[in-house]
Design a protein around this ligand. Structure first.
Ligand SMILES: *[C@@H]1O[C@H](CO)[C@@H](O)[C@H](O)[C@H]1NC(C)=O
Ligand SMILES: *[C@@H]1O[C@H](CO)[C@@H](O)[C@H](O)[C@H]1NC(C)=O
Ligand SMILES: *[C@@H]1O[C@H](CO)[C@@H](O)[C@H](O)[C@H]1NC(C)=O
Ligand SMILES: *[C@@H]1O[C@H](CO)[C@@H](O)[C@H](O)[C@H]1NC(C)=O
Ligand SMILES: *[C@@H]1O[C@H](CO)[C@@H](O)[C@H](O)[C@H]1NC(C)=O
Ligand SMILES: *[C@@H]1O[C@H](CO)[C@@H](O)[C@H](O)[C@H]1NC(C)=O
Ligand SMILES: *[C@@H]1O[C@H](CO)[C@@H](O)[C@H](O)[C@H]1NC(C)=O
Length: 287
């Protein structure tokens, strides 16, 4: 339900606006910061048509999701995240870019549309990041694509806090992140000239403090993003229930959230062979 702004007058001098923000979410990708745009109206979730949708509207969406720096905001063609199955709630949404809520932007009346679900728009708020040239898919040098090309990240004052943010952005646990010794890169001219100073709790590196880095003779930031793992309540160090740290909580491998975990990976992480049963560890692989 959209609540209209309410105006309270205090002593006739001060006006406080109690505005209820529109609920929005991005659906269908690995992180909550990219996906098909969905809005809630009258208690129901629905989608937004791509007609008139510009990068300015994407910026407002990303601002609503907590991104202070909306430079990386983009809209994504409907085919990428696929059609939603709810109603199309907003059509011809067209923001200037400075609004704090998409409901404040120009749009047709809620639920009035001539669009089909094949026109459901997507939004991406993330800074594109990857780790390359490591010995596993979860370690290596950090690269960002902000300018349209992949650039290695400057290791200037690169610490645990920045590594936490990077591993979390890549879908790993911030708790399992390690700074690896900086690597030299053949092409120093391609290194990003921006360095970041994070508290460690940011959900995207664009939210960290930025500064111009002096990387000409420097090296490239590198991380090792591991999944924290432990065995609890067993009779020895090698038996018990396997738990992994994911989404800020310890959980068992049987939980739906961990359905992509495979026993052999866990065994390797624990330094065992591939036959967990021998160690009396119960892992539920199907549900
Ligand atoms: C947004 O910018 C326009 C002009 O570009 C201005 O008229 C409007 O007041 C601004 N809105 C807000 C919420 O700042
Ligand atoms: C970098 O990002 C831009 C914009 O999203 C994209 O078009 C381009 O393909 C990316 N570059 C590479 C090398 O992936
Ligand atoms: C790293 O930051 C410190 C201040 O915290 C500064 O003195 C130092 O020069 C910085 N290192 C580089 C390589 O810029
Ligand atoms: C994960 O990291 C947070 C923040 O550093 C800390 O408060 C928490 O105790 C850690 N959790 C585990 C299980 O290590
Ligand atoms: C990073 O920010 C903190 C304060 O948030 C500051 O104390 C520290 O010096 C900064 N480090 C660099 C390298 O700028
Ligand atoms: C990454 O960290 C894990 C856990 O500490 C360690 O076993 C592994 O060797 C590390 N990988 C690299 C490439 O440093
Ligand atoms: C281990 O078992 C004890 C007693 O059954 C229980 O209180 C405790 O919470 C368990 N620990 C974990 C980490 O599950």
């Amino acid at each position: 339900m959209l609540v209209k702004p309410t105006v309270f007058t205090v002593l006739g001098l001060l006006q406080c606006y109690a505005v209820s923000a529109t609920d929005i979410r991005l659906v269908g990708d690995k992180t909550p910061y990219s996906g098909r745009l969905e809005v809630k109206y009258n208690g129901k979730w629905g989608t937004v048509c791509d007609d008139d949708f510009t990068v300015n509207s994407a910026k407002v969406v990303c601002r609503m999701l907590g991104f202070t720096d909306t430079e990386t905001a983009k809209y994504i063609q409907p085919s990428v995240y696929g059609p939603g199955n709810g109603n199309i709630l907003l059509d011809s949404l067209n923001c200037l870019g400075n609004e704090t809520d998409i409901a404040d932007c120009s749009h047709q009346a809620w639920e009035a549309t001539d669009c089909s679900n094949s026109e459901d728009i997507g939004v991406d708020c993330r800074t594109h990041m990857r780790i390359e040239q490591g010995s596993t898919p979860h370690d290596g040098q950090v690269e960002v694509n902000i300018t349209g090309i992949w650039q290695p990240l400057c290791a200037d004052n690169f610490t645990q806090s920045e590594a936490n943010v990077i591993c979390r952005m890549l879908g790993y646990s911030a708790n399992g992140s390690y700074v690896m010794s900086a690597r030299s890169t053949a092409d120093l001219s391609s290194i990003s000239s921006t360095a970041y100073n994070c508290t460690g709790n940011e959900i995207d590196i664009s939210m960290c403090r930025k500064r111009l880095a002096t990387c000409s003779a420097s090296t490239v930031a590198a991380v090792n993003c591991t999944t924290p793992i432990r065995i609890v309540n067993g009779t020895s160090q090698q038996s018990g229930r396997v738990e992994v740290f994911h989404n800020d909580a310890w959980g068992t491998v049987c939980d739906d959230n961990f359905d992509d975990m495979e026993a052999k990976v866990i065994c390797r992480m624990l330094g065992f062979g591939t036959r967990l049963e021998e160690w009396n560890i119960v892992i539920c692989l199907s549900h």
